[in-house]
Design a protein around this ligand. Sequence first.
Ligand code: FAD
Length: 409
Amino acid sequence: MSEYDVLIVGAGHAGAQAAIQLRQMGFEGSVAMLGDEKEPPYERPPLSKEYLAGDKSFDRILIRPHAFWSERKVDLLLGRRVHKVDAASKTVTTSNDEVIGYDKLIWATGGTPRLLTCAGSDASGIYSVRRRDDVDAIMAHLPEVGHVVVIGGGYIGLEAAAVLTKLGKSVTLLEALDRVLARVAGAELSQFYEAEHRAHGVDLRTKTLVDCIESTDGRATAVLLADGTRIAADMVIVGIGIIPETGPLIAAGASGGNGVDVDAFCRTSLPDIYAVGDCAAHSNGFASGAQIRLESVQNANDQAKVAVQHILGQENEYDAVPWFWSNQYDLKLQTVGLSTGYDHTIVRGDPATRSFSVLYLKGGKLIALDCVNMIKDYVQGRAHVVSGATLDQAQLADASIPLKEVGLA
Ligand code: FAD
């Protein structure tokens, strides 16, 4: 039986950062990173952006070059899944029936795309966008495709729609709620992006429910809507969220529900087992302490650092400011803070110029910003989100006053 001082399960953003951090902090023990994909860790955001567009090759989205991991003595155990964790014997069992021992376990398994469950959803030609394999399959199919139906108006669906439009495909985007980005942003931002997509030729429909998928010879050919409308499709892309990958940990007795619960040091309720990244439910100070999961590179990297610091005897609680980005067409959105629970918004600048910010306030305090082609607001707004001060709202709304110069109310 092989055994590691630190075993990392999941070779994505959080897993990679954990391994990097261990070596950066001088840890000399044995480290392995085990993942079910066959590739070494790569950046996932380009999958719906530059990689799908064909603007970046796979080698350019690797988190580190191939040689890095062997040079740092990080064993990569790829192409296998952990399906059992035994916290008492401190072992995991893999899909290859290997039993691997650990002293500390870092669970960094991300999530699996939520799939359609309606009739016909097992047809071929229906894709998620989570892994390199998904996108390679989409790209291989694309030359035969004229019309794509994208289901889901979150960031991934919108980014895919933007790229596919740029690639000359005709795109219909279906969103069940009354606006896109409804779970993550205010109505002002949703309306702006809906208008942008429509201006680029996307047939974007909100309040639209999918009834079933029609297929011919096992391949999807149309999406049928609940109101009876039939939309022909050569390809269907589904971006309706993820389910955190926590099964083996929960089965081993870890507490959790939507994700595995962790404390401020990313410890699960099981001894010597940490969880980080998309799968970790934590109390977040930027969400008034609510137990949430964040699906972002920022969170994956910062939680990995906190867990590793704790393993190496440094107790630094996780309190990083959330940030995120999304690229659609020539629009660069950068967000900072969490807008959950806002009671007031301020639009700074004119959306018609395609350069503006939406500011989210709660009880007079600036809690988050969504900045579209407005890097200055993104950079300067961050300090206000962190300070939690109550600011002068008239000045906040005046785009001629730099955010760093806005005074207190
Ligand atoms: P992942 O990166 O998903 O890594 C988890 C790994 O664990 C995967 O390889 C998975 O296959 C593997 N695994 C799962 N279960 C097991 C098991 N039992 N055994 C072994 N291995 C297992 N974030 C941003 O901040 N900005 C963006 O613009 C952005 N764009 C995105 C675009 C797309 C298309 C996607 C899919 C995500 C995007 N994200 C973005 C989110 C970001 O990529 C994730 O938050 C980040 O990848 C989370 O890192 P993670 O390590 O927790 O999970």
